[in-house]
Design a protein around this ligand. Structure first.
Ligand code: AMP
Ligand code: MG
Length: 326
């Protein structure tokens, strides 16, 4: 083919196509945020589009963290905790929506998901191995009840118990992931994985193949217990290995049973697959508290929702949509 017209044509074609395509391809970035690890991986048409998408994702996650964090004293959420017992507090539409969604999941799960768990929960400091004493737990336990949260239609919120506190750690990451996903779609990014800690949203697939999502082994988080091929869904995992310490042979971790005010102990990890990350985040925390039987019953009653539970004996339980063929 040397010096043939065909060879010339081929070179001209390549020379024309390369600049036309720009640098379209796969991009990824990860960073620390929302008390955990955040990441995005996506397909973009150019370096410039990718840079803009990463800037947007970082800003959006940071904006929502400032609004919903329990670690930032001046967050909108912390304003509720300090003021909303004495008087109604005006909050943003966005925060109001997330709290309303939280109350919906409280009703759905019979109170297993309850953002007022924080009334006792804030007494735990897992990083410094601090936990409340039995008496302290019992005295604050009556303040855990989502019915004390009065969300008004005019955008005001009031707490009906002096000791009630809110924490959105079981739903805010999922919400933030959904917001970033919506922003990506609006920018024409249709193939992406957006992750905040254990919560991910998958847009489209990867080069025509499903994304491969690994579920960690709860007792060896470096290892993968099972891999799921998934596309166009959200997936959240709640595990007792994320934030914990062990004292007197007992594991104290960050998912609290609202009935006892103590760490839920029936299972080691729960992975929910569903349509959006706000839902999968709330449900993974919920099923962790509910345990195997009630958790499976709940998930089977919901459309487009599946679960993998690893119980306290390391046995895996699958909902019907994920059960491997016998
Ligand atoms: P996740 O890792 O998504 O399961 O969320 C765990 C986080 O949810 C904890 O760090 C707490 O901030 C919050 N949380 C713990 N227990 C509950 C509960 N029973 N209901 C709602 N949120 C909870
Ligand atoms: Mg969750």
């Amino acid at each position: 083919m040397q010096d043939s017209p065909l060879r010339y044509l081929l070179f001209t074609l390549i020379a024309f196509l390369v600049p036309l395509q720009g640098n379209c391809g796969w991009y990824s970035e990860s960073w620390n945020g929302m008390g955990t690890r955040m990441s995005v991986e996506f397909y973009a048409v150019s370096d410039e589009a990718a840079t803009q998408a990463i800037i947007f994702a970082k800003q959006e996650f940071a904006r929502i963290e400032r609004m919903m964090s329990s670690y930032q004293e001046d967050s909108e959420l912390m304003r509720i905790n300090s003021l909303a017992f004495s008087r109604p507090v005006k909050i943003s539409e966005e925060l109001s929506w997330v709290i309303q969604r939280s109350l919906y999941f409280s009703d759905l799960t019979n109170g297993a998901f309850d953002i007022t768990y924080a009334s006792v929960g804030y007494k735990y400091d897992l990083r410094h191995q601090v936990m409340p004493g039995e008496q302290e737990i019992q005295s604050l336990l009556p303040a855990i009840n989502y019915r004390f949260v009065a969300l008004q239609e005019d955008g005001f919120i009031q707490l009906r118990n002096a000791n009630t506190k809110l924490d959105l750690g079981g739903i805010a990451k999922g919400y933030a992931v959904d917001k970033v996903a919506m922003g990506f779609l609006a920018r024409g990014i249709n193939n992406a994985v957006i992750t905040a800690g254990g919560d991910s949203r998958l847009l489209g697939d990867k080069n025509g193949r499903p994304w491969m999502i690994g579920i960690k082994d709860p007792r060896n988080p470096e290892a993968i217990a099972v891999t799921l091929p998934l596309d166009n869904v959200a997936v959240s995992t709640s595990g007792d290995y994320e934030r914990y310490f062990i004292a007197d042979g007992q594991r104290y971790h960050h998912i609290i049973n609202p009935v006892t005010g103590k760490s839920a102990a029936e299972v080691q990890s729960v992975t929910i697959v569903g349509s959006d990350a706000t839902t999968t985040d709330a449900l993974s925390t919920s099923v962790f508290v509910l345990g195997v039987d009630k958790g499976l019953t709940l998930v089977e009653s919901l459309p487009d929702t599946d679960v993998i539970i690893i119980d306290k004996n390391r046995k895996m339980h699958f909902s019907s949509g994920l059960r491997p063929p016998q």
